[in-house]
Ligand binder design. Sequence first.
Ligand code: NDP
Length: 298
Amino acid sequence: MTIGKLIDGKAFAAGLREQVAEGVAAFAARTGRAPGLAVVLVGEDPASAVYVRNKGKMTVAAGMESFEFRRPASIGADELLELIEELNGDPRVDGILVQLPLPKHLDEQAVIAAIDPAKDVDGFHVINSGRLAVGLPALVPCTPLGCLMLLKDELGDLAGLEAVVVGRSNIVGKPMAQLLLAESCTVTIAHSRTKDLASVVHRADIVVAAVGRPEMIKGEWIKPGAVVIDVGINRVPDPEEEGKSKIVGDVATAEAISHVSAITPVPGGVGPMTIAVLLRNTLVAACARAGVEAPEGL
Ligand code: NDP
């Protein structure tokens, strides 16, 4: 039985962060200031608080300025929009990220729409998704861009390959499909209404799973030699330790490993890429705003 390779997203992300740090130093030498990332956290969700803390730490480690704004879950829409307006106008801020999800009384789309597209380092603004769709330079959502980087590192030229993206969210599935299309893949987007998902997945040279269902994609669905990117982060009970939980992806990796040529593990695959690409996007946004060229290869 042949065993596929595990793609080391942790190591790739560390390399990308190093590259960003070098670009940040060059930017600062040229412009006299460091790029700045503002993160807005509304409410007390513990998982979001951990993400925001990690983002802050890595931003500083890359040599950038980190601005953190914590607001209570009770904040009114007007007050939040006012904060975003302030950040839009603040010359020290190159990237604005509003941590999602927001409390139910706030309209996420309206909040995203208020962010200056030039500072939209999450790439969720319709201007950026539109630019991506028509093939113009855009700030692209971090997770799918990270997936693309891993795929290109593994496969080189992706042109002509059959790609199946399972999931059609605005955050992962749709931008992932756009990125693969831009690389000249033949792209299928599957979702909860797709008929016979197993045979759709079986066509693919590249499978990107972004569903949010633990180990839903089975090993035998995968075409021999395919490359699989598992975006899923699912917390499940740990069968080996009672009362404990563990994180698994959307792909049954233990089965899939003997079908694939390479697959991202969960954890340690796509996860670490997201923050590294956020830092990359912040540097790219800073360069565009300052009218200097972004470092090559980023
Ligand atoms: P969403 O819940 O927004 O989207 C899930 C998608 O999966 C939907 O398009 C849905 O279809 C589809 N789906 C659900 N059930 C099935 C099914 N049985 N068969 C086929 N398709 C199905 O999730 P996200 O895109 O935000 O995230 C997906 C996963 O990726 C989650 O586990 C999330 O935690 C993880 N994630 C990881 C990140 C990272 O940094 N590694 C970052 C972002 C997300 P439909 O549209 O028809 O409902």
